[in-house]
Design a protein around this ligand. Structure first.
Ligand code: PEP
Ligand code: MG
Length: 902
């Protein structure tokens, strides 16, 4: 339009100018409204102000040059199209002003409806509505309320109070009993509230209303709850929101009007069919807020068959066009259907897999695309246990299974209490009549959310599904009394602190704690369910997509396991070896005493005796593990932690010694231990005598472990099995450390292995920054590297991994210094750079150097993509995360297919 002709930056797009690919610029809502407009679907006309305009406004504090003129031009063309002018007294055009970011942030940002109404146009609106004064005044009071709250920060409760007062004066609880005169009176009351809080009259100038509303939507990007939501959902903070200005259509013009929300498939299970809620004679916000109870969408067929059939046709068209589950919002204004929104719908983890499988069957997408549409976080959710129900447990209520899973916890009624108890380590269930965006903190803290009002599309349901939290909504048998901190149901009174259990799949609510059972997805991984024969859409879809992921991935997936049992489980879950066997766990329990003997040994002889006693035990451990892994590689790490971790704490010993002395008992051993603990005390044990340093200081310690590993491998091979041990040295920072250990290890291995055919690799952890930076040298002495990202993060950042998450990470997250703990997801810029350098320089020095990762990050979905991009050979993670890593490794491979340089 004019903007482009004059060479000015374009900030405003008519719906006809956009399309669904322009989400960055137009936000999800704007891009999809444009797409529907271009598909010829009935979308009320309007335009979108871009996210760039928002970003410019948020950075400079004022609207960018040219924006006002472009809004004017687009408004004029909207007015021409509608044949009405904004706020014109006789026949006003009214618009809604709606936020819409690239990623959906349900209810987090602002919307203002009915912009353009004032003391004069309210009369014109009544005439447009066939003399419906009640509707006109109701619309006007909604504008003042929303505008006051959103644009001018007038406390919302004041409007609520005024409404309650009018209702109680009239002796009713129902808004619908208020007539036109009541609502006109309410408008006066609202205007007074507005003036009292803002020091000015409610603005009568329609264009001023519009400009202020647009500005308020821009500002709402940085509202506290929006910031919190973005952090939780890992949405970048600098995207900004677009603003959609749309001609108003009304679902509250009488019984032949209404509004609804629908899904093209069940977002809970993925089952095909029509799912949705409809509310006659209401505005869209009434449905989303869950304030009045809706009816199932199917009932619309009886109420308005023409619109229902048209809607079904549109839903089928949208599914085919988007090739995915769509959710939509629509309004019927006196029998005419309007589409207000569509988007690829949020869904539960189970539905994501099931739908991806169905769409492949329907020929709409291929298996690569199916793999792309699910993720590791969803798979992890499906591996959660479910309730194990028998006759003992009778539900006390049934609501809507709004977000699946099984959750038990203490009942709390406020967000603040949820946060408080969760911080004390309690599992809590947040119980509300309905939630609103202010409850976000409590929802994050809770195990589950239970509401007595609202459907599958209420705030609680939508937000919980997005977070992967269990939620039961609309359990209307519950009488929730927040001030009294209790709810009643079927004659039971449940107070704050009592335990309840909720099933987000069935919607059932139980008193007390219900035991749980494993998920069928875990049973499938365990080999207990056969995907070829079982009639379970989820298991079949998971099997199919996992098979494809395995075929697609380049990264191998190993597991961290220290016992035969863990190794066996991990193998069933698809592990292709052990990436980290932490040997220190083998020194605990009743073997502690041997370690004490080792530490207290006063001479060479005593030390050798202690080591000789440990050797057969270690050998037996390794034999078990090698047998379980049956020829798959097993990386055994030599002992890593400071030795005093095997001794009792100083305070406890000191007390024991003092008490025993008092009683006149023999305390020689305790005294020796106490002296050793004192001698070994370190201010910074994580930076002290541990890892390879121990091996260099305590003669024979590493040698005993190397011997045990080699002897175990030989024993397995002599028994007809295979064993592929890889010996790993921890905490190396200089090649000389590794060379020293290596020389001794090679000598022992040669002696033990003889002609058995056993091959033992020797490599190192890369977990000290210096090791990463001198990887070229270290690779000369290492056949493999395994990145210890826990220590590398600790030492790269200078953060104590044991202390900081509780101490100050909350503040760093709040300040946006990081979006997620770097101990959870790899810091690609810093720690990731160390890994990249080490991988490149290590491989340059020793082509074919085997590279893996065995820190916690090995099972984190985002980190797996990073490790793929760096070209590692494998990731290693806890057994339970092995399937997640397999899936994400497959996803990483298809995302970079073609652009993968390795
Ligand atoms: C690491 O540091 O990442 C690692 C795997 O070793 P640990 O956690 O045992 O220190
Ligand atoms: Mg480590």
């Amino acid at each position: 339009m004019e903007a482009q002709e004059s060479g000015e930056h374009k900030y405003v797009y008519d719906f006809a100018e956009g399309n669904k690919e322009l989400k960055d610029l137009l936000g999800g809502k704007g891009a999809n409204l444009a797409e529907m407009t271009n598909l010829g679907l009935p979308v009320p006309p309007g335009f979108t102000i871009t996210t760039e305009a928002c970003k410019a406004y948020l950075t400079t504090g004022r609207e960018p040059d040219g924006l006002a003129g472009q809004i004017e031009a687009h408004l004029e063309s909207l007015e021409r199209e509608m044949g009405r002018r904004l706020g014109e007294p006789d026949d006003p055009l009214l618009v809604s002003v709606r936020s819409g970011a690239k990623f959906s942030m349900p209810g987090m940002m602002e919307t203002v409806l009915n912009v353009g109404l004032n003391d004069r146009s309210v009369i014109g609106l009544s005439a447009q509505a066939g003399g419906n004064d009640r509707f006109a005044w109701d619309s006007y009071r909604r504008l003042i309320q929303m505008f006051g709250k959103t644009v001018c920060e007038v406390p919302g409760e004041e409007f609520e109070h005024a409404l309650d007062e009018i209702k109680s004066a009239k002796g009713t609880h129902n808004d619908l009993d208020l007539d036109a005169d009541d609502l006109r009176g309410l408008v006066d009351a609202y205007k007074k509230i507005f003036a009292k809080h803002t020091g000015r009259e409610f603005p009568q100038e329609p264009r001023e209303q519009l400009d202020l509303a647009i500005r308020a939507v821009f500002d709402s990007w940085n509202a506290e709850r929006a910031v919190l939501y973005r952090r939780q959902e890992r949405i970048p903070a600098d995207l900004g929101t677009a603003v959609n200005v749309v001609a108003m259509v009304f679902g509250n013009l009488g019984p032949d009007s209404g509004t609804g929300v629908a899904f093209t498939r069940d977002p809970g299970s993925g089952a095909q069919g029509i799912y949705g809620d409809y509310l006659a004679n209401a505005q869209g916000e009434d449905v989303v807020a869950g304030i009045r109870n809706t009816v199932p969408l199917q009932e619309l067929e009886q109420l308005d068959k023409t619109s229902y059939d048209q809607l079904l046709g549109i839903m089928a068209r949208l599914e085919e066009h988007y090739k995915d589950l769509c959710d939509i919002e629509f309004t019927i204004e006196r029998g005419k259907l309007w589409m207000l929104q569509t988007r690829v719908g949020k869904r539960t983890a189970a539905a994501a897999f099931v739908i991806a499988g169905q769409l492949v069957d329907e020929g709409l997408i291929d298996l690569d695309e199916a793999l792309h549409r699910v993720n590791g976080a969803q798979l992890a959710q499906l591996m959660f246990p479910r309730f194990q129900l028998d006759h003992e447990f009778e539900p006390v209520a049934k609501g809507i299974g709004a977000s699946p899973g099984a959750a038990s916890g203490k009942v709390v009624f406020t967000s603040a209490r949820a946060v408080e108890l969760a911080a004390e380590g309690e599992a809590v269930i947040l119980v509300r009549r309905e939630t609103n965006p202010d409850d976000l903190n409590g929802m994050i803290a809770a195990q589950g959310i239970l509401t007595s009002r609202g459907g599958k599309t209420s705030h609680a349901a939508v937000v919980a599904r997005g977070m992967g939290k269990t939620c039961v909504s609309g359990a209307d048998e519950l009488e929730v009394n927040v001030p009294a901190k209790k709810f009643t149901v079927g004659g039971h009174v449940v107070n704050e602190g009592d335990v309840v259990s909720i099933d987000g799949t069935t919607g059932k609510v139980y008193l007390g704690e219900v035991p749980v059972m494993p998920s069928e997805v875990v049973q499938y991984f365990e080999g207990e369910l056969d995907p070829e024969t079982i009639d379970d859409a989820l298991v079949r879809a998971v099997h199919r997509i996992m098979t494809h992921a395995d075929a697609a991935r380049r990264l191998r997936v190993r597991t961290n396991a220290d016992t035969g049992a863990d190794a066996a489980r991990a193998r069933r879950f698809g592990a292709e070896g052990i990436g980290l066997c932490r040997t220190e766990h083998m020194f605990l329990g009743d073997r502690r005493e041997l370690v004490e003997r080792l530490i207290l040994a006063s001479g060479e002889r005593e030390r050798e005796d202690a080591l000789a006693a440990l050797l057969p035990l270690q050998r037996a451990d390794f034999i078990e593990i090698f047998r379980e892994m049956d020829g798959l590689p097993v990386t055994v790490r030599l002992i890593d932690p400071p030795l005093h971790e095997f001794l009792p704490p100083l305070e406890q010993l000191a007390v024991n010694v003092a008490v025993a002395q008092e009683r006149g008992e023999d305390v020689a051993k305790e005294e020796a231990l106490l002296a050793a603990v004192r001698r070994m005390h370190e201010e910074n044990p994580m930076l002290g005598l541990r890892g390879v340093r121990l091996g260099l200081v305590i003669p024979g310690l590493f040698a005993m472990q190397v011997r045990a590993i080699a002897e175990a491998a030989v024993a397995v091979v002599r028994d007809g099995g295979t064993a592929c041990p890889e010996i790993m040295v921890p905490l190396v920072g200089a090649v000389q450390e590794l060379e020293t250990v290596r020389a001794e290890a090679e000598r022992i291995i040669a002696e033990v292995v003889g002609d058995s055919g056993v091959e033992v690799l020797i490599g190192t952890m890369i977990e000290v920054p210096r090791a990463a930076l001198t990887a070229g040298q270290i690779a000369e002495a290492a056949e493999f590297f395994s990145f210890g990202t826990n220590d590398l993060t600790q030492m790269g950042w200078g953060f104590s991994r044991d202390d900081v998450e509780g101490a100050f990470f909350w503040r760093y997250l709040e300040l946006g210094i990081f979006g997620i703990s770097p101990f959870e997801s790899i810091d690609t810029d810093g720690v990731g750079r160390l890994i990249r350098i080490a991988a490149e320089e290590g491989r340059a020095a020793r082509p074919g150097l085997k590279l893996g990762v065995c820190g916690e990050h090995g099972g984190d979905p985002d980190s797996v993509h990073f490790f793929h991009s760096v070209g590692l050979d494998y990731v290693s993670c806890s057994p339970f995360r092995v399937p997640v890593a397999r899936l994400e490794a497959g996803r990483a491979a298809i995302t970079t297919a073609g652009s993968d340089s390795r």
